[in-house]
Design a protein around this ligand. Structure first.
Ligand code: MG
Length: 383
């Protein structure tokens, strides 16, 4: 039996955030996409593989996509998932008996799950991996009010892989319409689709919290439960600006120049915790081109960043920062800075270190033309 696998990796993962597509994010030391592709490359039931990629990734594909043991083709994905699958399907060999479609965002798929989905499709035409609903199913109206309770019996949550006899998937893909999986098209084309037992570990990685959960499932050990981040910021000292550091307004004849309150300590700490969580940086979440952050209270930006990191499954273990300022003397203010940072992050002041340092008169910091801050943050997994 000739089985072609289509790996849908054409999207950017907008819900995930991050500069690079989520399928290129690391999971247990390997990119998500690599794990998904290699699961199919290792599976004896699969003959060849077609991967639909974002155009920029296709232009410079990672090495693991060009040196596999099995025949592997790369194609440019489309705007929608179904377009990516259609682009890949156009490359499927005429002799293929079954086509199995998989979402690259499910990197923990097992060979056994691929095999039983393919076998069911070979027998019955179309088959999907799905999990029987365990929770009580509520239906709500637009305002979130419960309209009713659906009987749980017969409710399944669809996963991928989804496998189809080639002619059946061709019929489905010929239909129009917005869908979130290929089985929907095949159902609309009038074909029966059977369910095979999905795998609760076959999670879909949509948000950073899902990635953290997948790390847990992989059993990454203690280091996978901690992350370290580094942050740095520098602002120029100019006349006619208040000097704000760690949310403390410090009496001084000059202040830091910037779009927000230019609180370099908050900015460096914000970058350290975002960086540790792999959640981007301050410029991405709070761009200085956005008027919303004009004159912004940087403690509020830190508070929001801490919420992003918390939602991704991390708690701040500790933060340590060095403020490099020739003048003024910072010692009288350090305790208040630590209290402010702790309050914004949602931890105890004892978890925050802030130290002042002069620059021995050297460079722009030493000459009093700027203040710079270095910060590190340790995050501890909560999920
Ligand atoms: Mg800054």
């Amino acid at each position: 039996m000739h089985v072609s696998a289509i790996i849908a990796a054409g999207g950017r993962g907008q819900r995930f955030g991050g500069a690079q597509p989520k399928q290129l994010q690391m999971l247990g030391g390997q990119p998500i996409l690599r794990r998904s592709v290699e699961a199919f490359a290792r599976c004896a039931a699969v003959t060849d593989i077609i991967v639909a990629l974002p155009g920029d990734v296709l232009a410079d594909p990672p090495a693991y996509l060009v040196s596999g043991g099995k025949p592997l083709q790369l194609v440019a994905g489309g705007a929608r998932r179904r377009d990516s699958v259609a682009e890949a399907f156009a490359r499927v060999a005429d002799r293929a008996d079954v086509v199995v479609v998989h979402d690259a965002a499910r990197p923990l798929v097992t060979g056994a799950l691929i095999e039983r989905t393919v076998a069911a499709a070979a027998r019955s035409g179309a088959a999907i991996a799905a999990l029987r609903a365990q929770d009580t199913i509520k239906q709500t109206d637009a305002s979130g009010r419960v309209r009713g309770t659906l009987p749980r019996e017969g409710i399944y949550l669809a996963q991928t892989p989804q496998a189809f006899q080639t002619a059946i998937l061709r019929e489905g893909l010929a239909l129009d319409g917005e869908v979130t999986d290929e089985a929907t098209l095949v159902e609309r084309a009038g074909h029966g689709v059977v369910v095979v037992d999905g795998d609760p570990r076959n999670v879909k990685i949509t948000t950073p919290a899902d990635l953290t959960m997948a790390e847990r499932l992989l059993g990454g050990g203690e280091t996978a439960r901690m992350r370290i981040g580094n942050g740095y910021d520098l602002h120029r000292l100019v006349a006619d600006r208040p000097l704000v550091l760690g949310g403390v307004r410090i009496p001084f004849e000059r202040g830091l120049l910037g779009h927000s309150d230019a609180d370099a300590l908050c900015h460096a700490v914000t970058d350290a915790i975002l960086g540790a969580a792999g959640a981007g940086d301050i410029g991405r979440h709070f761009p200085d081109t956005d008027p919303a952050w004009q004159g912004a209270d940087s403690l509020e930006l830190l508070r929001r960043a801490a919420a992003i990191v918390r939602d991704a499954g991390w708690a701040v273990g500790n933060v340590d920062a060095v403020v490099i300022a020739q003048r003024p003397r910072l010692v009288p203010h350090l305790e208040a800075m630590q209290a402010n940072l702790a309050e914004a992050i949602g931890c105890e002041p004892a978890q925050i270190g802030v130290k002042g340092k002069t620059n021995e008169g050297v460079d722009s910091m030493g000459s009093g033309d700027s203040i710079a801050v270095h910060a590190v943050a340790l995050l501890v997994a909560t999920l």
